[in-house]
Design a protein around this ligand. Structure first.
Ligand code: 1HN
Length: 370
């Protein structure tokens, strides 16, 4: 070992390493420890954004920025503090694969229609009355609704209602940038006009777990929005039985024409953690962004306690040990890159075996407040 170290540090080797650099060549013998790890070494860090901060900053943004003036969406993204070094594309990165943001639209405002290769989804946190128009379908949004907008679909938003609306956006921006797949274009008009009846896809699926026969042939997004009352009913049915040891009572939004995730690249779940529930700890190769829709509790990530309550966002990076505890009934909406990991056949999971599956808490995260 010592002999090996001595060899790598020898003048001959060091000179050679330096010499080939000018030809844009590199010595693998130097690089390999950084390339090959026994297991993932995430650059993203666990982090928690408080609702109070997000809300205050969206309100400030509404005074200085309007979509009419800037021509864009009033969205503020969650920048993972561990990923800022990856400029330019590392910016707008909440995990290494996903981007999440909060978006505010005020009555009377329009967010112009456009389309891009990145897949998008929305989860409605506050308010009602705005619609997202996706491929000519006006989808009206209410609290707790989940909307999927897979890549390539025209989409814009407008707000004919009377109260401010705030939702969560999530896109696979970092992934699509990394693989060189970014294309986008503006719609020729400011906002697309309706081509089908309002809430068309939700009306076609009013019955829940049955599909119109035309949808036996797989469609990109046969159902554009999933209404909160139906999601809640699903969780209530599920919670008559034993919870999942890691995730409590959790359902996944799916594409009803093919049974796969509603958004092809991003898995979206809604989970209920009943008051007093304490999950076991585990880790997996997929990374997750949680939005606390209702309730409060805490998550222990790699031994650090993150206390959360309604409106907060939490990141659990890939391969990080985590367990959840609910102080009161909690509903967590979450997004993850599980479908991306599955496409590469890299989904792996490991249970935390020590201490009956519970981590020892070594510290508490102190969130930044406005
Ligand atoms: C986008 O299209 C929306 O449609 C929100 O509301 C956030 C971030 C980056 C690129 C496209 C939206 C986005 C986005």
């Amino acid at each position: 070992m010592a002999e090996k170290m001595e060899f790598f540090q020898s003048q001959t080797v060091q000179d050679f390493n330096k010499e080939i650099e000018k030809y844009h060549l590199g010595p693998l013998w130097n690089a390999i420890p950084d390339l090959m790890h026994k297991q993932p070494t995430p650059q993203a860090v666990p982090y928690l954004w408080k609702w109070e901060t997000l809300y205050a900053k969206l309100m400030e943004a509404s005074e200085i920025f309007t979509p009419d003036r800037g021509g864009e969406r009033r969205a503020i993204y969650l920048q993972n503090p561990g990923l800022t070094y990856r400029q330019p594309w590392g910016w707008a990165s909440t995990t290494h694969t996903l981007y999440a943001a909060v978006q505010l639209i005020l009555p009377g405002e329009t967010a112009p229609s456009h389309r891009h290769t990145q897949s998008a989804l929305r989860f409605i946190m506050r308010g009602e009355g705005a619609y997202s128009i996706v491929q000519g379908e006006r989808i009206f949004m209410e609290e707790g609704d989940f909307l999927t907008t897979p890549g390539g679909l025209w989409h814009g938003h407008a707000h004919p209602g009377s109260q401010p609306m705030i939702w969560m956006d999530c896109l696979d921006i970092p992934t699509i940038y990394a693989i060189g797949g970014t294309f986008s274009e503006s719609y020729p008009e400011k906002i697309e006009q309706p081509k089908v009846p309002d809430n068309y896809s939700a009306q076609r699926y009013e019955g829940g777990m049955v599909r119109p026969i035309a949808d036996r042939k797989s469609q990109v997004a046969p159902l554009g929005s999933f209404k909160w009352p139906q999601t809640l009913a699903a969780l209530e049915g599920l919670s008559r039985f034993e919870p999942d040891p890691y995730d409590g009572y959790a359902v996944e939004f799916i594409n009803p024409s093919n049974g796969r995730t509603a958004n092809p690249n991003i898995a979206s779940w809604m989970q209920k953690l009943p008051a007093g529930f304490h999950s076991k700890a585990h880790r997996h190769t997929s990374s997750t962004i949680y939005q606390v829709f209702k309730g409060s509790g805490y998550t222990v990530i790699n031994g650090i306690r993150y206390d959360w309550s309604q409106g907060d966002f939490l990141v659990v990076p890939n391969w990080a040990w985590h367990e959840h505890v609910a102080s009161e009934d909690a509903y967590l909406f979450s997004v993850s890159d599980l479908p991306i990991m599955e496409k590469f056949d890299l989904q792996r999971e490991e249970a935390y075996e020590e201490n009956q599956g519970h981590q020892t808490i070594t510290d508490e995260f102190k969130p930044l407040q406005p």
